[in-house]
Design a protein around this ligand. Structure first.
Ligand SMILES: [Zn+2]
Ligand SMILES: [Zn+2]
Length: 241
C-alpha cells in the first residue's frame, strides 16, 4: 500500500523486491506498526518525497528464503525489521556498532537511497528483502502483532532508559502516555523503577496504573510543578511540544 500524493489515501502498488544477495533475507511481512513518522513522511511533512512511496518501519514476519551466506536465520524464523536496513559498514561509527550514526548516512527502511541507488520501500508490503545484519530474531513468547511496534516506538524509549541506567529503586517520570509513553512506563517498571506519569488526559489514569505507574499526575496549563523539584532521578519526555 503506497502513498501516491501528500493527501490521497494509500493505494495498492505492485513492485518487485531485489533478488536475494548472499547475505539477504526475504521476509513475508505479517504485521507492520503504524508510526506517526509514517504519516509525516507519506504527507510530505518532512520535505518532498518521491511518490509512490511505501512507508512502515515496524515490521514483524517470517523468513521465506535466505541467501547463500546467511547464518543467523533460516526459513521459518520469526523476525523483525526496524527503521534502518543498511549503512556504509566501514566508517568509525559503523565499526563501533553505531550504524544509526553512520557518517555516510544510514539507509532507512523507506524513503532512503539504497546502496544500489533505488529508493527503499517500507513495510506496508507483502515481502521485504533485508541484509541479515539489520534483521532481528523475535522470540516465540512474543506475538508477532505485538512485536511490530517494539521496532520503533519500543526501542525509542528503551534506549534512553538503558543508556541512563534506569534500575531498581530509581524514581522515573514519564511525560505523555501515548504510543511511546505507554511502552516507556512498562519498560521502566520492569527495570525496577518507581514510575510517575504526567498526562493531560484524566481518562488515561487507569491505563497508566495498569501499565505499572505508581503515581499519575494530571497536569493542565498553569499546573503547579513546585512539589516535584528534585523528585526524580530521570525524566523521559515523549511529548513533542
Ligand atoms: Zn517510527
Ligand atoms: Zn558508516
Amino acid at each position: 500500500m503506497a502513498a501516491y500524493s501528500p493527501s490521497a489515501p494509500l493505494k495498492p502498488m505492485q513492485f518487485q523486491r531485489r533478488s536475494l544477495g548472499p547475505k539477504d533475507v526475504a521476509i513475508q511481512v505479517h504485521y507492520c506498526g503504524v508510526c506517526h513518522s509514517d504519516i509525516h513522511t507519506a504527507r510530505g511533512d518532512w520535505g518532498q518525497i518521491q511518490y509512490p512511496q511505501i512507508v512502515g518501519h515496524e515490521l514483524a514476519g517470517e523468513v521465506v528464503a535466505v541467501g547463500s551466506s546467511v547464518s543467523r536465520f533460516r526459513v521459518g524464523s520469526r523476525v523483525g525489521v526496524g527503521t534502518m536496513v543498511n549503512s556504509c559498514r566501514h566508517c568509525s561509527e559503523c565499526e563501533a556498532g553505531r550504524e544509526n550514526y553512520c557518517l555516510n548516512g544510514n539507509t532507512q527502511t523507506y524513503g532512503s537511497k539504497d546502496r544500489d541507488g533505488s529508493i527503499t520501500q517500507g513495510g506496508y508490503s507483502t515481502f521485504v528483502v533485508v541484509d541479515e545484519d539489520f534483521v532481528i530474531n523475535i522470540p516465540d513468547v512474543i506475538d508477532l502483532a505485538e512485536a511490530g511496534p517494539l521496532l520503533c516506538a519500543g526501542i525509542t524509549v528503551y534506549s534512553p532508559l538503558r543508556h541512563w541506567s534506569v534500575s531498581s529503586g530509581k524514581k522515573v517520570a514519564i511525560i505523555g502516555l501515548g504510543g511511546l509513553g505507554h511502552m516507556a512506563v512498562k519498560f521502566a517498571k520492569v527495570m525496577g523503577a518507581e514510575v510517575t506519569v504526567f498526562t493531560t488526559s484524566p481518562e488515561k489514569i487507569d491505563d497508566a496504573k495498569r501499565f505499572g505507574a505508581t503515581n499519575v499526575v494530571v497536569n493542565k496549563d498553569g499546573a503547579d510543578f513546585s512539589g516535584f523539584k528534585h523528585a526524580f532521578d530521570f525524566a523521559l519526555d515523549t511529548v513533542p511540544y
